[in-house]
Structures are given as C-alpha cells and as structure tokens.
Write a protein that binds this ligand. Structure first.
Ligand SMILES: Cc1cc2nc3c(=O)[nH]c(=O)nc-3n(C[C@H](O)[C@H](O)[C@H](O)COP(=O)(O)OP(=O)(O)OC[C@H]3O[C@@H](n4cnc5c(N)ncnc54)[C@H](O)[C@@H]3O)c2cc1C
Ligand code: FES
Ligand code: FES
Length: 1303
C-alpha cells in the first residue's frame, strides 16, 4: 500500500452534508472517480442538487463547502462544482446542499424566497445551483454589492429566464441594491432565518469543518486514495508509484477533469489539498510568493491586496484577467499549479494563467524528493528547485514533482497589460490571450529594455513574439515607424495552428497585432490621435439594470396580478421532482448508449464481449432485442418519411447514432463498458455536414427536394414599379436546445405493462412509439411526466430516442431501467435547430416598397426529413409586411448529421430575420431611414397573404407601437448620439436597430384535455391536464389562474388546489406542448371543466346562504352532485387565432479591433393581450429574447468535416449566453389596453415571439460594423453569416495593418 507517511492508514474519509456525518471507508462502493454530486444524489439521497454537464460549465451541481485552510487553520466558505469534486477529497468538509436552506415544512431561506418572488424560476432545473451560488457568496462575504452578484453567477447557466429576474432577486440582497429593487422587496415576506442556522442554535451555518488528516485508503476498486498533509508525504507517495504501470495523479481541485476527461487510468490518487506549504503566501521586499496550491480565487484575493503595495500595482490588472478565467466555482477549487500543469501536459491549452505569469516574468519553484530509495514509512528529504521561468518549467520533467510556489516580482516603471478574447464574455476559454510587459520611458515613450510579448492560442510552441520583442527594444512608441515595424514583425512570426474549433488563422494574426496596438495606444495616450484613443480601452460591461412596465391597475380581480410561480418554492428548495430524481430501485439497471464513431458506413461487426466481462455489466441490447418496429419516428407529424431506428442495424447515418445500449448496475460501469464495445465498419464514406455542400451536391445530382409545402406566390401590385433589385443569400446555423435536464427516462415493469416516466413534451408520440417498438397495445403503457427541465422543442419528437431504448431494456430484462443522457451523448445523438440557406432576390420602388420577392427556404434536415420546420417559416415569412409579387419555395436537403428538429420559434426565427434583413438592405440601397422603409411596406387589413387565409383580416399594431416606442425609448436622441459617437471614435462603434415582429398564433390543434376533481371530505381540489410544464408557467397560468377566476365566486382558497403530474390517462391522445400555445389550451380546458362543476354546484349554492367552501362541497357530495369534470377541446370549440406583436429596439457597441461587443440596451415592447401573469410573461419574453440572442451570437455548432463528429459537444466549446451577455439595460414593456378578444381570459401566448425579435442584435451590429467600414471608405452592402462572433465582427470591420496608426 502506498503511504503518505508513516501514519494512519485506511481510515475512513469523513465529512458532513447538511450537518449529517458521512463516512466513506475502504469497503464502500465509492471509487477514486466518484464525484460529490453522485454521492449527494445517490448515497445521501438528496436529489435537490442537479447534474447536467459534469464539466464545471453549467453550475447545476453547485453546493457550498466549508473547508479548513491548511496554512492558516481558518474556515473558508466557497461554492463548489460537486460534479468535479471527488468525494474522497472531501475529508473534513462541511457541505451544504439546497435542502439545508429551507423547505415547505420549515420555511424558506431569504435567498429562496427572493428568487421565487422575483419570478426567477421557470423550469427550475438551474435553480438549486443558482441558490447555492448565491448562498455561498453571501456566506463568504456577508455584505455584497450588485456587481458581486453578476460576477458570482458566471458559472451558472439558465436557459429559460434570460437571467434578469435571477440577477434582480440576488441583487435585492446587496447593500447597494437599487431603489426599485428595494421597492419590489417591500411586498415580500422573508422568513427569519435558514433551518441550518436555527438548528445550530447560534445563528451561523457550518462549524463542522476540520483539517484533513493524513491517510491512505485502499478502495474496493483496487485504487488507492492517499491524503497527504505534508510535502514529504505527497512526494513519498508519488515516488512509491513511480514503478507502477498506471502511476499516480496529484489531486488538487480536480477541475481539469472538466476539460480533459479521459486522462489515466491511475492506480493512486494523491490528494494534496491539505499541505500547508502549498498554500503559503509571502509578501516581502522582492514581491509576492504564492503557494502552488492556492486556488485561483485565493490568488485573486492575494493580488487584490498586494496591488496596494508599491511595485505590485499591476496585480489589479491580473485580477481583472483572472476574474475571467473559468468561473467562480472552478476558481474556488482550481489551483494555480493545477492550471500550469494542464499547460505542461497539453501545450496547446490556451492557459490564461500561463500567459499572465510568463508576461509578467514570474518564476516558479518545484519541490522534489532528494532520496532515491523509498520504503514504507521512510522519511524523505524535500528538495526545492531554483526559480524557473515559465518556459523553463514547460521543459521540465515533472514526474514525481510538485509545483511549490509562484513568485511575482515588484516592478517599477513597467507597463503591463493582458487580454483575453473569447466567444462569450464569461466562462469561456480564449481564442487568443496575450500579456505584454514594457519598460517605458515616461517622457519619450522609449522601450528601455527588451519587452515581454506573450501570446496564447496561436500554437503549442509559440509563446514569445521574439522578433516583435527585439524590434521594440530601444525604440520610441511615439514613432509611427516603430509601430509599423513591430506589426510587420508579428506578421512574420505569428503562425497560428489548430483545427476547426480554433478561430481562423487570419483572425488570430489580426488579434496578435491589434492587441499590441491597443497597448501601444494606451501607452501613447494623449499623444495619439483623438479619434484613435477608443482603441486603447476594452469593452467594459457595466452592471446591468432593467425595467419592466406592465399594467398593475387592475380593478376586476386579482386575476391579472403578478403572482409567484405555482411551483417556484419547491423548485428553489430542490423539492421539485424531475424524472431523474425518481428513487433508484434495488435491482435497477442503468443504460448507456454505444454510439457510432463514423458518420456514413456499413456496420460489419459488433463485439461486446469485453464489455460484458466487466463486473456489474448485465447485458448489451441492440436492434435484435427490439420486439416490434425498430423506428422512433413512426408517429411523427409526417409519418415516417425516414425511419429513424432505435438502434442502427446495417448502416450508420451519422456520427453519434445509437447502435445499442449497455445495461449495468451503475452509470459508471455502464459508461466504462460502452467504451469497450468494438464496432467494425466498412464502406466508410466522407460525410456531408454542411448545408452548402449538401445543396451543391443535390444541385449537381438534381435532387434538391422541394418539400410538400410547395411554392407559394402572390400577384404583383400594379402601383409598385420595381426600380432596384437586390439579391443575396442568408446563412443561418444550428442551435442546440441546451435544456438543463438532458433526455431522461425511467421505466418500471408493471403487472399491466410498463410504467414510463420521462421528460417528453409529447406523451402521445412517446406512448405510441413505445407501443410499436415493443409491439404491445398502447394501454399497456402508463406514462407520467411530472415536469420537464426545459424542452424548447427538443423533447417533442426526440424524447423517443431515449424512451424507446429504455423501455426495450425494461421489457427484455423485466427490471427497472434508467437512461439519463450525459451532455455529450445528448448533443451528439439528438438533432438540433435546422440550419438554413435562403437565397433571395427583392425588387422595390424608389420608396422602398417591395414589388417582387423570390425566396427559397432551404433547410438542412439532418439525415432524416421527419421534422422540417419550413412550414412554420412560411407561416411567418410575411412578418408585418405586404406580400405583392412574392414567390416562396420551400426545400430541404439532407446531411449526414443527426436529424434536426424544432427549436424554440422554429422556422419563424429565420423567416422574420430574412424580411428584416431585406428591409435594412433596401434602406441601405435607397439611403433611407430603415423605419421608413418598413412603414412603406406594413401590412394592412385586407392585404393578400402568401400563406394561410387569402387576406389579412386582423389589425397591424406595429405602426402605433413604433410611434410610442420613439418617445418611450428616446429613439431619435439616442440615434443621434450613436452617430456622434461613431464620428468621434475610430475603433469603437455603435449601432441601433428596430425589429418588428408579427407572430401569428393559430390553434392548429386543440387536444389538450384537463380534469378537475374536488374531494368531498375537505373541499381540496386536484387538477390534472395534458400539458407539459417545462418552465413556461403553464401550471401557474393555466390552472391556478383559471381556477382563480372560475372559482372566484365560490371562494375556493387557492392553497387548496394541487396540480398533479401529466399522464396518458387524462392526457390521452394529447397534442405536444409547444408552439407557445399549450398554456392557453390547457387553460381553456381547465376553465371549461370548472364551469361544468360550477353549474353542478349551482342548485346547492342557491339553497345555502353564504356557505363555506367545505359546507358547499360536503352538501353537494351528500346530494350526489358530480364533483369531477374533464374537458377535451374539440373542433367544435370556437378558439380563434390571433397575432402577437413585438417591437425590439437594440443598441450595441463593438470594438472594431477585436470584434468584442456588448449590448448596451434592449427595449422589447410586446402585446400579450391582458397578461394573466406578468411575472411569467415577462420571464418568457426575456428568456425567449436571450435564446434568440444566443442563436445569433455565441452559439455555434461545428462538425468535423472529415468524420462528421460533432465537435461542439460540451460546455467547453458550446456557449449559450450567460448573465454578462444580458443587455446592460434591459427593458420590457407589456402593451397596455390590448386585451385579446380571442385569447383565453383575453391573454396572448408569450413563449416564442420575442425569440424572433432578437435579430435586432444582428442588425444593430451590422450598423456598427458599417460605421467602421465607412471610416475606411467601404460603403457597399455586406452579408453576415449567423451566428456572428467577435471573430466575424473583427473580420467584417476590414481593419488592415495599414490602418493601425498613431495619428
Ligand atoms: C469550466 C472550466 C473553465 C475553465 N476556463 C479556463 C480559462 O478560461 N482559462 C484558463 O486558463 N483555464 C481555465 N480552466 C482551467 C482551470 O483553471 C484549471 O482546471 C484549474 O486551475 C486546475 O487546477 P486544479 O487544482 O483543479 O487541478 P487538478 O485538476 O487537480 O490537477 C490538474 C493537473 O495538475 C496536477 N497538479 C495539481 N497541483 C499540482 C502541483 N502543485 N504540482 C504538480 N502537479 C499538480 C494534477 O496532478 C493534474 O495532473 C477552466 C476549467 C474549467 C473546468
Ligand atoms: S453539472 Fe456540474 S457544472 Fe454542470
Ligand atoms: S429555469 Fe433556469 S434553466 Fe430553466
């Protein structure tokens, strides 16, 4: 056994969770890789903590840890990604999970209360993580400021809310909370304190943490876990492993496993977190020496303090950079040495820490063991290396060695600056990072010694720009020639390398130059040109502010008041149950898919023998085990155009396709086994993964398929004389739904068939498909959906992929089975939003009126054509405009990728964007105001429609909304200010845009029944409906609100109403919840069911005088009155469609040198009819907008063109927006006085229209880019391919080396 030293061995690892002691000993099932999240959920059985990415990238798993700092002995409170923390490294920890803060019995913590009352939950899957991040911050800091909140949530992704309500909720607890936030809190009753504090009796949390004890634990897995509390112990343990074939791994924060997941296997794990020497910091006359085991958070705090010391002022700049490394929870645990060791092992890793330290000239010391011979218990001597530069360290063999410390010297007369350019502002690795250190003469700006010019993200070997360094030495930065020479030196030596995930080489070369140029502009200061000075600064993202305007003056009832979400409280406390939280059964099996590793090929052979030998593996199931039809899509909207097999048989059609399912006793065993199933392929072909290539191929082969929706056209208008024609192609990428709850299914065998618990948006489809796949009658399947952790369309038809496989597993084994997709499998196996190419040609007159438009809506369906959304594009293509002389064709092309599917605002997002793009291009051509061009084309009542009804019979609200917006958003003045700003600044540019949206809601289906039942004993009410609550507030709106109205006269107390899970009994034959309409239809069904009961009760009510609710129900029951009712809408129900109107005004700022940007302000005006729940509606609007913004900006899907593999398959490379991406000033106005005569309770749907309006960001960016181009005399119209990243912006600004000047 490996020993850390001559002391304790095989003692259990002991820690506390929510005050309860947990002990893990040698005999337990925990192995070295078991993470805290799984222990919390599966052993401690606390399901409130959620797990999604397992990469430290989403924050769902955040918990609070109190640990003892080994150097100071004091307690540190921090947030932790429990998905990255090995449970064995928790020795001595005191851990709090969301359950400890509050619950329905003991009351809720103030943080939970605030999140509910600020409407900060939708699907609720991110909420426990959000709560624990905020709780950790408050416990660690006690007094917080608003900016702390925005920085603190940098690792927590919420796909539903758009962050604003979450930020507001937590900011309301800040000492500088704005007056409107304080005002909002005045109505909220916070409970006094959290249960933990009460239980402790002293008003404080924690108190159970203790220092680690040295230990060596031999695990039942055969691995060893060594906890070292001294350098000697760690080095001795490492040395004893030197001869082991599988070696050892030092474990610090273990966060690197979020990036490099497959390192090892290792025999021995040496936990070095308890070593005081690695945590020691010294500030002296020479500078600051920081222990290698200091976490990045500790480094930030140390440098923040040290920067007050003369010579260490630069620490502040390092702090700003480090605050953008990873995210708070990763930084709380990830160490400086761990980061440097990642760089050591993977020299292409764009480590910010390395770049900063190398630029500043930091050195490090290494500790190794002097002795050559080791024996159990033998003492060893530790040797300290001489100081090594960072580059020397990279070349050092680190076997058996530890990074002891990092030293930063005091510097006088130096200018230091560093940069990090990323796809997303927070929690994203760098495209390129850079650090510069220049000793500058204060008067003539001469560089007095060789500067340090360091880059990351260029290539694994390129660190210093040596030629540029040599070029600058001794030169004055005031000389234009110096600048030009150094830029040319960079041109010569910067040679970017890397694959498709890296930014383009040209951009990285550009960044290498522009970042140095920015630094030079900063040094030159006022001696440079006035207009150029904007190049010196970064884009600064200020703390966000927001405003929500809606009608509150409602006299009728409470009906239209913003009430907290129905299940908000149980979501923020972790009490809300999701499918994956269903308790594990004793004989349950976990299923993990075996996926294809090629895209197009024949399957020659599958050999699962090695996998089946692994202890705990039960079975490998394939298509041969499918009792019925091997097809997931038989019951889709367009019955099985292409069969999408449960498990591929002879051929594979895309990389990541399901081939089989390994069933094992645990997830970990199943995952390990799935990796060793050997599949041999033949006839492997190069796949087509890009729509352009697919179109080209289809055109060459004459197979570009026009889909069933055909060609649509309208007659030209006689009064429009086409004088100009503009043509182009709009290019749109894909988008991953990024629901926080991945596809999950739990199946239990039952006497009457099978119980299926899953997170589908469409139970009917899932039920029917399972029935055909299992070849059993539909009534043998009992489906239940409690709630869904976000769907966004991705769980409409695609949930079957998991549901069928899992039900086959249960059917053939007779055992309960569970499949929870990990993020990578979810992203690679399941299709996404359909990419589009839309060639167009538009003809218009001198006033900008469109006289002709030819459009081909070509979508990329992926390998099958089951879910094309071009019919929705057709419904929306007209947006708010007339359509004279239009011809619209809908086509699709297949690619060798997963079959694409609906994603929030499917089809419409591109259709609206196309028309808005065209409007701006017309305005540009005619040099007219873009609003005036839009006005010239606005649709009016009676105008022809290109799709659906022959003529438009509703009223266009947009003209009036534009007029109001102009005053309310100070439009003209802001536009003038933007122009002035652009004239005065060469390198920062601003742009504004206005996007109107008409979102037709047509009740294309009505089958969403609901049942209401009143129990006679106490008058309590249960509601069940066929809608799926996935965050859209369906239960809040549709049930509670409706009951509130219908039962108002009867005085039913609201707390007597409970909404039951959706099942396929009440939800028999139900339509999917999607298209924004489920809330309203369910609402309607509940209302009609309530009306029936009210009618039943009327005779009893008339007999009694002011009866209590209980008396009424008791008497009614005694009189045999029916106290239940079910309503199923049918074709007879007169539910009419309507339009939702949205106007989005957005202002952005870009940095023309780097392409970075920020959204300065977004105003969304939306007509929601009479909002039933403003909190829910505003949340839907904000969340929808942010999902749209993500689609247009940060979210890019990239496949490997050779293999077809999805490369952006995790949080490291795929970037949905985070809270610093929210517009700095975010204003939502719900239109007043626009009740909807056709909608349920006069309201309108809100889930999707604002998604389409987010295209305003692209048009505003386009205007800003156009302003940059205009400065170099380029004024022609230019195309943009979406999503638009900083790389695209910088490249479109056309900045050339010759433009980088001082004057
Ligand atoms: C989501 C996410 C985002 C990130 N973003 C960024 C980013 O933007 N920029 C950036 O630069 N980094 C980023 N990182 C990397 C992050 O900074 C590192 O994961 C972290 O610093 C590693 O420290 P650790 O203590 O967790 O190391 P561990 O994971 O514990 O260890 C990493 C390696 O270092 C070895 N090791 C640890 N300590 C020592 C020591 N003292 N001496 C010798 N060997 C040691 C270990 O054996 C292991 O091989 C990100 C990480 C994650 C998970
Ligand atoms: S699950 Fe831990 S950060 Fe995503
Ligand atoms: S509420 Fe945040 S992800 Fe759904």
């Amino acid at each position: 056994m490996v020993k850390a030293d001559s002391v304790a061995s095989n003692s259990p690892v002991v820690f506390h969770i929510n005050g309860e002691k947990h002990s893990v000993d040698a005999g337990s099932k925990v192995d070295a890789r078991t993470v805290l999240a799984d222990y919390i959920r599966d052993v401690a059985n606390l399901k409130g903590t959620k797990v999604m990415c397992r990469e430290g990238g989403c924050g769902a798993c955040t918990v609070t840890a109190r640990v003892i700092d080994p150097a100071t002995g004091s307690e540190v409170v921090k947030s932790v990604n429990s998905c990255l923390t090995p449970v064995l490294s928790c020795d001595g920890w005191d851990i709090s999970t969301v359950e400890s803060l509050g619950n329905k019995h003991e009351g809720y913590h103030v943080i939970q209360n605030r999140l509910v009352n600020f409407h900060g939950t939708q699907c609720g899957y991110c909420s426990p993580g959000m709560i624990m991040s905020a709780y950790s911050l408050l416990e660690a800091k006690k007094e917080i400021e608003m900016e702390d909140v925005e920085k603190n949530l940098d690792g927590n992704i919420c796909r539903c809310t758009g962050y604003r309500p979450i930020l507001d909720a937590f900011k309301s607890l800040a000492k500088d909370a704005s007056s409107d936030l304080k005002q909002k809190c005045s109505d909220i009753e916070d409970c006094a304190t959290c249960p933990i504090k009460q239980a402790n009796g002293n008003g404080v949390c924690g108190g159970k943490a203790r220092a680690v004890t040295q230990n060596s634990l031999k695990l039942s897995s055969g691995e060893e876990w060594v906890t070292a509390s001294s350098l000697e112990g760690a080095l001795s343990a490492a040395a004893q492993c030197n001869n082991n074939a599988t070696g050892y791994r030092f474990v610090a924060g273990n966060t690197s496993t979020g990036i490099y997941k497959n390192e090892g296997p290792f025999q021995t794990f040496i936990d070095i977190n308890g070593i005081p020497e690695l945590k020691k910091t010294v500030v002296d006359d020479n500078g600051i020496t920081i222990g290698g085991g200091a976490t990045l958070t500790e480094v930030i705090n140390l440098l923040q303090d040290a920067s007050k010391t003369a010579g260490l002022e630069y620490g502040k700049k390092i702090v700003s950079h480090l605050e953008r490394v990873a995210n708070v929870s990763v930084r709380n645990n990830g160490t400086i040495a761990g980061n440097l060791m990642i760089k050591h092992a993977h020299q292409d890793f764009p480590s910010d820490v390395f770049v900063i330290l190398e630029a500043i000239g930091a050195t490090l010391k290494i500790a190794s063991s002097k002795s050559k011979l080791f024996g159990i218990g033998k003492k060893i001597a530790v040797e300290e290396s001489k100081p090594l530069s960072m580059t020397e360290f990279l070349a050092t063999d680190m076997k058996g060695k530890l990074i002891l410390s990092v030293h930063l010297s005091k510097l006088d007369g130096y200018h230091y600056r560093s940069f990090k350019i990323t796809r997303r502002y927070q929690n994203a690795h760098a495209y390129v990072n850079a650090g510069f250190l220049l000793k500058v003469n204060k008067t003539d700006k001469t560089i007095e010694e060789r500067p340090r010019i360091v880059y990351g993200g260029i290539s694994s070997s390129f660190i210093h720009a040596s030629e540029a360094e040599a070029c600058l030495q001794g030169k004055s930065l005031l000389e234009e020639k110096t600048l030009q020479d150094v830029l040319q030196a960079l041109e010569k030596e910067v040679k970017p390398e890397g694959g498709p995930l890296e930014a383009a080489p040209e951009y990285r070369i550009k960044l290498a130059k522009t970042l140095l140029y920015k630094t030079i502009l900063e040094i030159v200061g006022e001696k440079g040109g006035d207009k150029l000075r904007s190049g010196a600064t970064d884009i600064i993202r200020n703390t966000t502010k927001a405003q929500q305007v809606y009608d509150t003056n409602e006299s009728e009832t409470n009906l239209y008041k913003a009430v907290p979400k129905y299940e908000g409280a149980i979501q923020v406390s972790g009490e809300a149950e999701y499918t994956g939280d269903i308790p594990i059964q004793p004989n349950e099996l976990f299923g993990v898919f075996v996926q294809s590793t090629v895209a197009v090929a024949d399957i020659k052979d599958v050999d699962a023998s090695e996998a089946l030998k692994i202890p705990g593996v039960f079975r490998y199931i394939t298509a041969k085990d499918v009792p019925g039809e091997n097809n997931n899509m038989k019951f889709n909207f367009w019955p099985s155009k292409t069969i999408e097999p449960v498990f591929a048989t002879e051929k594979v059609s895309y990389h990541g396709q399901a081939l089989g399912l390994i069933l094992a006793t645990t997830k970990e065993v199943a995952e390990r086994a799935a990796k060793v199933v050997k599949v041999t392929y033949e006839n492997i072909q190069k796949p087509i993964v890009k729509i352009d290539e697919a179109i080209e191929k289809a055109k060459n082969e004459g197979t570009l398929v026009q889909n069933t929706f055909g060609t649509f056209s309208t007659k030209p208008a006689e009064d429009i004389k086409v004088a100009h024609t503009v043509s182009g192609t709009m290019r749109f990428g894909s988008q991953y739904h990024f629901y926080m709850e991945t596809q999950t299914v739990v199946c239990h065998p039952r006497e009457d068939g099978i119980d299926v618990h899953c997170c589908t948006q469409w139970i009917d489809h899932t039920q029917n498909t399972i029935a055909t796949v299992l070849n059993i009658p539909t009534n043998s399947i009992n489906m239940q959906v409690r709630r869904v952790g976000g769907g966004f369309g991705g769980k409409i038809s695609r949930n079957t992929f998991v549901a069928t496989a899992c039900s086959v597993a249960t059917w053939v084994t007779g055992r309960p089975c569970r499949v929870i997709l990990d993020l990578e499998t979810n992203m690679t196996m399941i299709g996404k939003r359909l990419p589009y190419r839309i060639p167009y040609e538009v003809g218009f007159d001198e006033n900008g009126r469109i006289g002709s438009l030819k459009v081909d809506l070509i979508c990329d369906t992926g390998y099958s054509v089951n879910d094309p959304d071009s019919f929705v594009a057709l419904m929306h293509i007209q947006n708010v405009y007339k359509s004279a002389g239009w011809e619209v064709v809908t086509s699709y092309v297949p690619t060798n990728t997963a079959a694409n599917t609906a994603c929030r605002a499917p089809g419409s997002i591109k259709a609206v964007a196309l028309l808005e793009w065209i409007m701006d291009s017309i305005a540009y051509t005619l040099k007219k105001d873009p609003i005036a061009v839009r006005q010239a084309n606005f649709i009016s009542t009676g105008d022809p429609l290109i799709f659906g009804a022959p003529t438009y019979e509703r009223v266009n609200l947009i003209p009036e909304m534009i007029e109001n917006m102009k005053t309310e958003s100070d439009y003209e003045a802001r536009l003038a200010a933007v122009e002035k700003f652009n004239q005065e600044n060469r390198w920062k540019k601003r742009g504004m845009s206005v996007v109107p949206v008409r979102y037709p809601i047509d009740y294309f289906a009505t089958n969403l029944p609901a049942s209401v039942a009143i129990y006679h004993m106490d008058g309590y009410v249960a509601v069940s409906h066929a809608g799926i609550e996935m965050g859209q507030g369906l239960n809040t709106k549709a049930s509670v609100k409706v009951l509130q109205t219908v039962a108002h006269a009867l005085q039913v107390p609201m707390d007597r109403i409970k909404i039951k899970p959706t099942n396929n009994f009440i939800g028999c034959n139900a339509f999917p919840s999607g298209g924004s309409i489920a809330s309203e239809i369910v609402c309607y069904s509940v209302m009609r069911a309530c009306e029936e009961i009210r009618e039943n009760l009327r005779p009893i009510l008339e007999k009694l005088e002011n009866p209590s609710w209980e008396k009424l129900i008791a008497d009614a029951h005694a009189a045999k009155v029916k106290l239940t009712a079910t309503y199923t809408p049918t074709a007879k129900d007169d539910i009419k469609g309507y339009d939702v109107w949205v106007l989005n005004v957005t202002e952005v700022e870009i940095d023309a040198l780097t392409g970075e940007y920020k959204i300065i302000r977004t105003d969304i005006y939306e007509d929601v009819g009479k909002s039933m729940s403003p909190g829910v509606d505003i949340g839907q609007i904000e969340g929808g907008y942010m999902m749209g913004q993500g689609f247009w900006t940060t979210e890019k899907i990239i496949h490997d063109e050779e293999t077809g593999k999805l490369l952006t398959s995790g949080t490291w490379d795929y970037k949905p927006p985070e809270c610093k991406d929210v517009p700095e000033d975010f204003r939502i106005t719900l239109l007043r006085n626009t009740p909807n005569p056709h909608g349920v309770l006069r309201s309108k749907a809100t889930g999707e229209p604002s998604v389409d309006s987010a295209f305003a960001v692209i048009l505003a960016m386009r205007n800003a880019i156009a302003a940059a181009r205009a400065d170099i005399g380029v004024t022609d119209w230019f195309d943009m391919e979406c999503p638009v990243s900083p790389e695209d912006i910088a490249q479109l600004c056309l900045t050339a080396e010759s433009h980088l000047t001082l004057q």
